[in-house]
Design a binder for this molecule. Structure first.
Ligand SMILES: Nc1nc2c(c(=O)[nH]1)N[C@H]1C(S)=C(S)[C@@H](COP(=O)(O)O)O[C@H]1N2
Ligand SMILES: [Mo]
Length: 412
């Protein structure tokens, strides 16, 4: 067995020490009764009024969609501050209401079983010392990010654009764990389960599965840290799956159980939930029936303005800095172009530092606006040549929105 711990830098060692000791800075006590901030915030769609709250443990100011189980959205202005989303303002999404409020890192075990030669029960210390640590920048985005903009409206969490975030994830390769257990030739999928459960025993446990080749691709990882710190409890302390380029429904939090299956997983969260139409862009016309459904999977390119908002006043004749972020989806960003004439002509922006193909990519440009209303559009193309669409997709679940974003500035 190779020990890579001597190669680990001091910062990481310190962080991991905190992890193993099980120290959780905050617990969830009181998270329901703390005073909400009196401030509200309006997402730009009907019913988009949200309370701003700082009442959740290890979380700064967030938009409150639901308290239990929590749905917290990142205020969009956060994305203007840097290419990585700070842990304390990283969005939060849970399906089931019984989430452990305190986890003892010393007693925690990750179990690997099923179609394997040797079942494993790994402590956090073993994970960090007996496997090679890896780091990867990757965007975690909810399949339903931006659902609130769907027209006609659809049921589900009415997110604005802030159900996404970019972090530098540290952990171990899922492949290394599976290989240590020894995958049997009967293996078809690996199923991931976390510590959260429903309040009623009849509630299906939240579990997600990946095909065994995907699970062993060397990119999927089990992360014990984000942005150099242990995961916040609400983002999955102490371990979460990171599935680069795939929607975050697969990024199972508080991961403590991996079962290698000899059949395709048909549990509720794989066979009934998180399905999308098997059509171009997962798009159908409202009311359309008889559509084949498939599990949601890879992300698609998106781009956003971060320093300007719709309806903002700006000065005519003076250079205007226009900037934002983009993601390529399941591959890198090739180009982000801006249009100031409603989409007739496009000009490439300057791309920021490349943190890897699964990361946010910052972009920036300058314009000299003329007096009057000015419509700006932003459009990303990924390295596979996939371009954001000019018209929005539609499906009943409100998944995979990635239409070209557009804002109108008042220039005077
Ligand atoms: N254990 C567990 N993991 C989970 C979920 C959950 O409900 N339970 N929700 C998934 C979904 S749908 C999303 S969008 C992401 C949200 O990750 P975050 O809360 O860290 O932003 O977690 C995923 N992993
Ligand atoms: Mo999600």
């Amino acid at each position: 067995m190779k020990d890579h711990s001597h190669g680990v830098d001091a910062r990481r060692r310190k962080m991991l020490h905190g992890l193993a000791a099980g120290g959780l800075a905050g617990t969830m006590a009181g998270w329901n009764r703390s005073a909400w901030s009196a401030e509200t915030f309006n997402l730009p769609f009907a019913g988009g009024e949200r309370d701003l709250t700082s009442a959740f443990p290890q979380k700064g100011e967030m938009l409150l969609l639901r308290t239990r189980p929590p749905l917290l959205e990142t205020p969009f202005s956060v994305f203007d501050r840097g290419v990585f989303t700070p842990n304390d303002q990283f969005f939060v999404r849970w399906h089931l209401a019984d989430i452990p409020t305190k986890i003892d890192g010393a007693a925690f075990r990750l179990n690997v079983h099923g179609q394997v030669e040797r079942a494993l029960s790994l402590s956090l210390t073993e994970l960090r010392t007996k496997f090679e640590p890896v780091e990867l920048a990757a965007v975690n985005q909810c399949s339903g990010n931006s659902r609130g903009f769907y027209d006609p409206r659809v049921a589900g969490a009415q997110w604005g654009n802030g159900a996404m975030g970019n972090a530098l994830w540290t952990g171990v390769r899922l492949r290394d764990i599976l290989d240590r257990a020894g995958i049997k030739s009967s293996a078809v999928q690996a199923r991931f389960n976390g510590l959260d459960t429903g309040v009623l025993p009849a509630t299906p446990d939240f579990m997600k599965s990946l095909d065994i080749d995907h699970a062993r691709d060397g990119e999927v990882m089990i992360a014990y840290a984000m942005n150099g710190q242990p995961l916040p409890l609400l983002n999955g302390f102490p371990l979460r799956l990171v599935v680069p380029g795939w929607y975050s429904t697969y990024w199972v939090k508080m991961l403590n159980d991996i079962e290698v299956l000899d059949h395709p997983d048909d549990n509720f969260w794989m066979s009934k939930a998180y399905l999308m139409p098997d059509t171009p862009h997962a798009s159908i016309t409202p009311g359309q029936t008889g559509v084949k459904m498939v599990p949601i999977n890879r992300m698609v390119p998106r781009s956003f303005f971060t320093n300007l908002t719709n309806g903002q006043n700006v000065a005519a004749g003076k250079p205007l800095n226009v900037r934002g972020i983009a993601l390529g989806g399941d591959t890198g960003v090739r180009d982000v172009s801006v249009s100031s004439d409603g989409g007739a002509t496009w000009v490439s922006t300057r791309l920021g530092h490349d943190h890897g193909k699964y990361s946010f990519r910052q972009w920036e440009t300058h314009l000299i606006p003329k007096a009057g209303p000015m419509e700006l559009k932003i459009k990303a193309t990924n390295t596979a040549g996939v371009v954001q669409p000019d018209t929005a997709n539609w499906n009943t679940a409100g998944f995979m929105r990635n239409v070209v974003e557009s804002i109108t500035l008042m220039v005077s």
